[in-house]
Ligand binder design. Structure first.
Ligand code: NDP
Length: 300
């Protein structure tokens, strides 16, 4: 079997095309564009590159964005104060506020993320948004989780009654994705649904022991760990959909967590790295930013 590639770049392009029309409508109605403000702390090359691609996507869609660079020596109090000032629109109007992770180790990341007002929290990391997601009434869904769900829906990969195994239990990827795929269909969704929900989900982590024991049971296997080559072909059930969230730099190349060549011979679908989940994450951030602007001006 040779897996069908899940082209996240192409899908993200289609999502952007439809968002562009909605951004135009918003701008025509409110005489201003949705605006994203990003806080970039320190001098980490990967973070700077992610922020650049987010700003470029905003520009392609006709949205405004601003990046506020901060020295790596900034304290937790400095960053909480900065986020507060952004929320008071002291750096121009801020519909969406995003603090690029990771923060330096001396900073209390939770305190800084909690300072982002939940109605501007386009990353979906605030406890209020996490709580809404866990109750099945999401507002801002963490972008990577939303992107993976959208890929599955777009490829018509069924989730209802299927077994999803997610390797990785972080608050930003594994946990929200598990909640999303296990949720009941959203209100108004027909019984056979648009997909992306009603799955049975297993979450694995560093203490799960023999990972293959779980991953071989997966109809849909998601790797969100940050370890190149962690998922090998014998760990994949033939015909399964394999979603590779991992981003690792090996000898200057970007690779995921999946041993892509051999796994592509076994899996039914595979998301590549690069060009899979990464562009989807950015597209979902743009959707959340537009939603934040609409909610703020009463159209959400
Ligand atoms: P975290 O480091 O926060 O979480 C990693 C998870 O992997 C943890 O739950 C950890 O377990 C688990 N883990 C570590 N080693 C193993 C192992 N040997 N077997 C099983 N589980 C293991 O990472 P993130 O969730 O933030 O990111 C995961 C990956 O996804 C990274 O490569 C990151 O760069 C990438 N990423 C990609 C995005 C995209 O847009 N494509 C967006 C966000 C992240 P434990 O909890 O026990 O420590």
């Amino acid at each position: 079997m040779t897996a069908q590639m899940l082209d996240g770049r192409a899908l993200a392009g289609r999502i952007e095309a439809s968002l562009r029309g909605e951004v135009d409508t918003f701008a025509g109605m409110f005489r201003r564009k949705p605006r994203l403000v990003v806080v970039l702390v320190g001098d980490v090359a990967a973070s700077a590159s992610y922020v650049k691609s987010k700003a470029a996507a905003a520009a392609r869609l006709g949205m405004d964005s601003a990046v506020i660079p901060v020295a790596a020596t900034a304290t937790t109090a400095d960053l909480v104060a900065l986020v507060g000032s952004i929320a008071r629109d002291e750096h121009g109007h801020a519909d969406g506020i995003l603090v690029q992770l990771p923060l330096p180790p001396h900073v209390d990341q939770v305190a800084v993320l909690d300072a982002v007002p939940p109605d501007r929290d386009v990353d979906g990391f605030h406890p209020e948004n996490a709580g809404l997601l866990s109750q099945g009434r999401p507002r801002f869904i963490p972008c990577t989780a939303a992107g993976v769900q959208r890929m599955l829906i777009d490829a018509a990969i069924p989730t209802a009654g299927r077994h999803v195994v997610i390797v990785g239990r972080s608050d930003i990827v594994g946990k929200p994705l598990a909640l999303l795929l296990a949720q009941r269909p959203p209100p108004g969704c027909p019984a056979d649904g648009a997909g992306g929900c009603d799955a049975t989900v297993t979450i694995c982590h560093s203490r799960s022991g023999d990972l293959g024991r779980f991953t071989r049971e997966a109809d849909i296997l998601v790797a969100a760990v940050g370890k190149p080559g962690l998922i090998t072909a014998p760990m994949v059930r033939p015909g399964a959909a394999v979603i590779d969230v991992g981003i690792n730099r090996v000898d200057g190349r970007l690779v995921g967590d999946v041993d892509a060549g051999p796994v592509a011979e076994v899996a039914g679908w595979l998301s590549p790295v690069p060009g899979g989940v990464g562009p989807m994450t950015v597209a979902m951030l743009m959707a959340n930013t537009l939603l934040a602007a609409e909610l703020r001006l009463g159209r959400g």
